[in-house]
Design a protein around this ligand. Structure first.
Ligand code: SF4
Length: 404
């Protein structure tokens, strides 16, 4: 039976050893974990007595904080803090919160950076693969339609806080699928079980997730009200341990099928501008000239003829893919306007489809040049497509658009 004194001595020994390792590890000196562990331990009785000397040595190597936490699988200051908190209940409260500050939100979505892949803002499902980074990468590589964002989670405090803030910044997200491995790390994090407990039991008055088994399941940077709104916004689909993409995709599809739509009155702080697109009202001619696009089915090639605004052919670009052709066009400065580039990209895509399917290809009109208003665009009735010179005022060679 170990006595209280023996437990204390052992905790002091282990904590000193771990802090010594942090002193020797340059990566720890600008890390928020070490900064705040030192602050928290200094507030404890053992920190003012037996650990005072090693804490002073540690303070001496600290440099200006450069990051909150590197998320190292073995974190020396966290281990020091854990062993003291476990052995000395009176110190546990001071050491309970993860030794990190709240990160600063940026404009746009997601507001907080993290280990995730953004897929689509308007989709209803977020997926957390816990410690399985490969699984997140595979889902992002072939994302199902309902997937908005997929990422990992390594800590049951700051990591969960980031998920909550990033999800709440997007009212379209109504489901959180939890999957992948929830392995207990050497410093004691158990994020999957903690997140599941959050949905089942909520938080207590100190922000601690009830019945969470991780070492520091404290959401110190979120109020209970914010957590409550998050729990209303999102339904948890728990598949902890599931590693098969197809099973996860099946759950994403099932969730999407019962998507209730964006949360009304969501208290989002993100400033995402929703813009209703309108048709361009008038054609603005590119001073670099215009294009005639056609697919050459016999050679399986895309061909783009470039004409000056005077209607003089000056180059022909030939390639097997839209990317090859438009890259060449851009590098040779054959266009100068973004709307013209978008138009060319769309036409090349349609021409490529014609090569692949045998469908007839007809080059479309240029943006802002609806057929009914072609006279308005350049003052002649023959003006169609990306051919600003095909009128009396700007003579151009006559062209047949249907070259398929
Ligand atoms: S996470 Fe821990 S071990 Fe890693 S750099 Fe920060 S203090 Fe050091």
């Amino acid at each position: 039976m170990t006595t209280e004194t023996e437990r204390r001595q052992r905790a002091v020994g282990v904590a000193s050893e771990q802090l010594r390792k942090a002193i020797l590890a340059g990566k720890c000196h600008p890390c928020g974990c070490l900064h705040q562990t030192v602050s928290a331990l200094t507030e404890t009785e053992v920190g003012r007595k037996e650990l005072a000397s090693i804490l002073k040595e540690t303070r001496d190597v600290l440099v200006a904080k450069e990051y909150d936490c590197l998320g190292c699988p073995v974190c020396y200051p966290a281990l020091a803090s854990n062993v003291v908190g476990d052995a000395l209940p009176e110190a546990a409260q001071q050491l309970a919160a993860c030794p990190t500050d709240s990160p600063i939100e940026r404009v746009g979505w997601p507001p907080l950076p993290g280990d995730y892949h953004v897929i689509r803002y308007g989709a209803p499902v977020a997926v957390c693969t816990l410690n399985s980074a490969d699984l997140a990468g595979r889902l992002a590589g072939d994302p199902p339609q309902g997937l908005a964002i997929v990422g990992t989670l390594h800590t049951e405090n700051l990591g969960i806080e980031r998920i909550i803030r990033n999800v709440m910044a997007n009212p379209s997200i109504r489901f959180l699928v939890l999957c992948g491995e929830d392995t207990r790390q050497s410093i004691g994090h158990l994020p999957g079980q903690s997140l599941k407990s959050l949905f089942a039991k909520g938080v207590d008055d100190h922000g601690r997730i009830r019945e969470a088994q991780g070492k520091r399941p404290v959401l110190k940077n979120l109020t209970a009200d914010i957590v409550s709104v998050f729990l209303q916004q999102v339904e948890l689909v728990s598949l902890i341990g599931e590693m098969h993409e197809e099973a996860i995709k099946g759950q994403i599809a099932a969730a999407q099928a019962r998507d209730p739509g964006p949360l009304c009155g969501a208290a989002t702080t993100s400033r995402i501008e929703m813009i209703s697109a309108t048709e361009p009202r008038r054609l603005v001619i590119d001073p670099a000239g215009f294009f005639v696009v056609y697919p050459d089915a016999s050679r399986q090639r895309l061909i783009v003829e470039h004409y000056t605004v005077a209607g003089v052919l000056d180059s022909v670009v030939v390639g097997s893919t839209p990317a090859a052709v438009y890259t060449e066009v851009i590098e040779r400065h054959l266009l100068t306007r973004l709307d013209h580039a978008a138009y060319l990209g769309r036409e090349l895509g349609l021409a490529e489809r014609s090569l692949l399917t045998g469908e007839r290809y007809v080059q479309d009109r240029a943006p802002g040049e609806p057929g009914a208003t072609s006279q308005e665009a350049c003052g002649c009735e023959s003006h169609t497509g990306d051919v600003p010179g095909s009128c009396e005022t700007m003579p151009a060679p006559r062209m047949t658009r249907d070259r398929s």
